[in-house]
Design a protein around this ligand. Structure first.
Ligand SMILES: [Fe+2]
Length: 276
C-alpha cells in the first residue's frame, strides 16, 4: 500500500461527509486507534467503510515513547489486533513523557534531551516494533517549559532514530510553534532532520494568545507561516506524505478541503511530484 500526497485525520465530525463525497484530493487518512479499540456498534462499521475507501495509517495517542514503564499488554494486544485489521503500513506515536506507574498525564510532556532519555525512548520503540510487528514512527511534540537548548531536540530526534532504527513523523506545526515560543530558527531545525528517516509530515493550526504564547490546539486553520515552513521542508526532504490534523473546533468539510487544496499546490510545487 502506498501512502503519498495529502491525507486528512479521520474524525467523527467529518467522517460521514468525507465518506459521502470521497474527494479526489484526499489520498489517505490517519486514524487514532484509541477511538476504535475494543469498541463495537457503529465504530467497526465506520472503520470498514473507511478502509474500503482510502489507505489508512494509524497514529496513537497513548504510547509516548519516553515513559520508563513498558507499555502494558492490555493496551498492546488490542492495538495490534486493530492495526492488523486496518492493514496499516506503519504505526506512529509521540516522543514525549506520557505516564508513570500507570498514571497518565493526558498531555504530551516534553522529554529531557539527554543520553539517558534517548536510551529510554530507544527501548520503548524497540519493544513497540517487536510487539506490534510494524515499522514505528515517532513524532516531535510542542512544549511550553523552557528547554536549555531547544535546538538540541533536533539532534535528540536524529540520535534516537539511529539508535532505534526508527522513523520520524515530523510535525511541521510543532517545529513552528516551538521555534516562536522558544526562539530558534525553524529552518535550521528542519535542516538537521535526515530525509531518509522521515516517514510522514503533519501540519495543523494553532492559537496565538494575547501574550503571544502559541498553543498547539489543532483547532484553527493552518497559518501562512506553517504553510511556508512546510514548503521549505518538502523542498529539503522531497515528497513525503502530508497529513492535515484538525482535532478541535472542526469546521465544515469544505473549509478543510480548501486547506487540502492549498497543501496539494505546495506539495506539487515544492517536490515536482504529483500527489496522485
Ligand atoms: Fe502532529
Amino acid at each position: 500500500m502506498t501512502i503519498q500526497g495529502i491525507g486528512i485525520g479521520f474524525r467523527y465530525a467529518i467522517a460521514e461527509s468525507l465518506l459521502e463525497r470521497r474527494p479526489d484530493t484526499v489520498r489517505w487518512v490517519e486514524v487514532h486507534p484509541e477511538n476504535y479499540m475494543e469498541r463495537g456498534g457503529k465504530y467497526p462499521a465506520l472503520l470498514k467503510r473507511c478502509m474500503d475507501t482510502w489507505p489508512i495509517v494509524t497514529h496513537g495517542l497513548t504510547m509516548g515513547f519516553g515513559t520508563t514503564d513498558p507499555h502494558p499488554d492490555s493496551y498492546l494486544h488490542p492495538l495490534r489486533q486493530l492495526l492488523e485489521d486496518l492493514d496499516t503500513p506503519y504505526h506512529t506515536d509521540h516522543m514525549c513523557f506520557p505516564s508513570v506507574g500507570g498514571a497518565h498525564s493526558h498531555d504530551l510532556l516534553p522529554l529531557p534531551f539527554t543520553d539517558e532519555s534517548a536510551d529510554t525512548v530507544t527501548q520503548r520503540i524497540e519493544e513497540c516494533r517487536d510487539r506490534l510487528g510494524l515499522p514505528i514512527g515517532m513524532e516531535n511534540v510542542s512544549y511550553y517549559a523552557p528547554a536549555p537548548d531547544p535546538m538540541a531536540e533536533a539532534d535528540f530526534i536524529v540520535e534516537v532514530a539511529e539508535r532505534a532504527d526508527a522513523s520520524i513523523l515530523l510535525d511541521v506545526n510543532n517545529v513552528y510553534v516551538n521555534s516562536l515560543n522558544h526562539g530558534f530558527d525553524a529552518k535550521v531545525f528542519i535542516d538537521k532532520i535526515p530525509a531518509d528517516r522521515v516517514l510522514q509530515l503533519h501540519v495543523a493550526g494553532h492559537l496565538v494568545r494575547p501574550d503571544e504564547l502559541i498553543i498547539d490546539t489543532h483547532g484553527e486553520a493552518v497559518c501562512d507561516g506553517v504553510y511556508d515552513l512546510l514548503e521549505y521542508t518538502l523542498e529539503q526532504l522531497g515528497p513525503k506524505p502530508v497529513l492535515l490534523e484538525r482535532d478541535n473546533n472542526i469546521p465544515d468539510l469544505d473549509e478543510l478541503l480548501g486547506e487540502i487544496d492549498r497543501l496539494t499546490v505546495i506539495y506539487e510545487r515544492a517536490t515536482g511530484a504529483s500527489t496522485c
